[in-house]
Design a protein around this ligand. Structure first.
Ligand code: GDP
Ligand code: IMO
Ligand code: MG
Length: 436
């Protein structure tokens, strides 16, 4: 029997998905990304060496594990080659274990330009995108004019026509633009040749793994509150980062999802614009930012920091059907005199306890907090729950109660080994199912 688990972000991204995926990978034959693009930055430390993955799933550091980039991902070939070359330089070879869906859409150079122009046009109301061309690439996909991996490898005349039409349409949108289609076409043909050995039918490959009783992990990028449908629209990314994206972004049926693990930080961060109800300023924000090294893995931007928001995680639990949480960066709270958990938002119309669709009330809302004592001992590097200071244990228990999901994994540092996997949680049953 194969066990297929989704690991996805329960807040606004950068929860530590990369670390959790890497640390769980020994249980799986393959790790598959289902959405997003190189807007993601997943950091993994292996014995002090830092790897930052953008497009390639975070399982790649384990030899023998196949890494899949699904049809729901948008791929910038240049960014992919850069990542592959960087991994090779660090001793990680992807050949023979990277599979890119032939249906994945391609990010073209002008998508990046359109991303920047669109942000400039929004002015004060900008999203704060990563300027990687993600949104415009998904726009072309939904507009049914996108160019897919299989188009780069197929009939040249058909590709030439598609590029010509796309460039023409773009030149009409950007009035001063006189982009020539031919150099772009030539570039795409060259890219296609390098991509060819990696491109194939990812959905079929995944089905065969299931038939062979092999386990697969589905790796999310971004997070539920950045999801195009369920996030803080319009301050979101352009894909379904939440659980629905697994089926559409990989071509797997819902029956091939056996469990959902949400990754959440022991506090909250966000990079880019949009509401962050528990956002802190001043010394405390600085303390979390420095303690957690909260700077974007892709863009280097400082992340906004705030207390743990249980309204957000409870919402994520509902949208994704979370079976468990992997709680990360607990160690960053070490030494704080008190810690807080947000349980609602006080607005002029009363206290909101469900995350609203209309973001306006959040602008003036005051978070409702429960305050708990902090801990003086260190959680850093702990590998057993019982070894945590009692106040830290109490914080986690309360956080589970108000979020409505058990914390099955607790991360206490950035390295693989700095992790608590709790007994008697669903995690154990997922993997013992297979051993049985
Ligand atoms: P992702 O996008 O969800 O994979 O997360 P990022 O890699 O963008 O950001 C998470 C950051 O926190 C990375 O620098 C990780 O190395 C680091 N990290 C992950 N887990 C822990 C933890 O438990 N403690 C500490 N101190 N750092 C962690
Ligand atoms: P990982 O996978 C955090 C944010 C951007 C911006 C919004 C839209 O590392 O958690 P986009 O370029 O996607 O159109 O930007 O989404 N964003 C992320 N924030 N972590 C990420 O990825 C993100 N990917 C995009 O900052 O607010
Ligand atoms: Mg990240």
């Amino acid at each position: 029997m194969s066990v297929n688990i989704a690991v996805l972000g329960a807040q606004w991204g950068d929860e530590g998905k990369g670390k959790i995926v890497d640390m769980l990978t020994p249980h799986f034959s393959a790790v598959a990304r289902y959405q997003g693009g190189h807007n993601a930055g997943h950091t993994v430390y292996v014995k002090g060496t830092k790897f930052v993955l953008h497009l390639i799933p975070s399982g790649i550091l384990h030899p023998g594990v196949t890494c899949i980039i699904g049809n729901g991902v948008v791929v910038d070939p240049q960014a992919l080659f850069k990542e592959v070359d960087e991994l090779a330089r660090m001793g990680v070879n992807v050949d023979g274990r990277l599979l890119i869906s032939e249906k994945a859409h391609v990010i073209l150079p002008y998508h990046r330009e359109l991303d920047v122009l669109s942000e400039a046009r929004r002015g004060e109301r900008k999203i704060g995108t990563t300027s990687r061309g993600i949104g415009p690439a998904y726009e072309d996909k939904i507009g049914r004019r996108g160019i897919r991996m299989c188009d780069l490898l197929g009939d040249r005349d058909a590709l030439a026509q598609a590029v010509r039409e796309n460039v023409h349409a773009r030149n009409q949108i950007i009035k001063e633009s006189t982009l020539d289609w031919k150099p772009l076409f030539d570039q795409l043909v060259t890219y296609g040749e390098r991509l060819r050995p990696w491109v194939g039918d990812a959905s079929l490959f995944l089905a065969r793994l299931r038939d062979d009783d092999r386990n697969v992990m589905y790796e999310g990028a971004q997070a539920t509150l950045l999801d195009i449908d369920h996030g803080t629209y319009p301050f979101v990314t352009s894909s379904n980062a939440s659980i629905g994206g697994v089926c559409t972004g990989l071509g797997v049926p819902p029956s091939a999802i056996d469990g959902v693990l949400g990754v959440a930080k022991a506090y909250t961060t966000r990079v880019g614009e949009g509401p962050l109800p528990t956002e802190l300023s001043g010394d405390l924000a600085e303390r979390l930012r420095e303690g957690g090294q909260e700077y974007g893995a892709s863009t280097g931007r400082p992340r906004r920091c705030g207390w743990y928001d249980a309204v957000v995680v409870r919402y994520s639990a509902r949208i994704n059907g979370l079976d468990a949480i992997a709680l990360t960066k607990l160690d960053v709270l070490d030494g704080l005199p008190e810690v807080r958990i947000c349980t609602g938002y006080r607005t002029s119309k009363g206290v909101l306890t469900e995350f609203p669709a209309d973001l306006r009330p959040l602008g003036t809302a005051e978070p409702v907090y429960e305050t708990l004592p902090g801990w003086t001992g260190a959680t850093r590097g702990a590998t057993r729950f019982a070894a945590l200071p009692s106040e830290a244990q109490r914080y986690i228990k309360r956080l589970e109660e108000v979020s409505g999901v058990p914390c099955a994994i607790i991360s206490t540092g950035s390295d693989r080994g700095e992790t608590i996997v709790r007994d008697d949680t669903i995690i154990q049953s997922w993997f013992s199912k297979q051993l049985a």
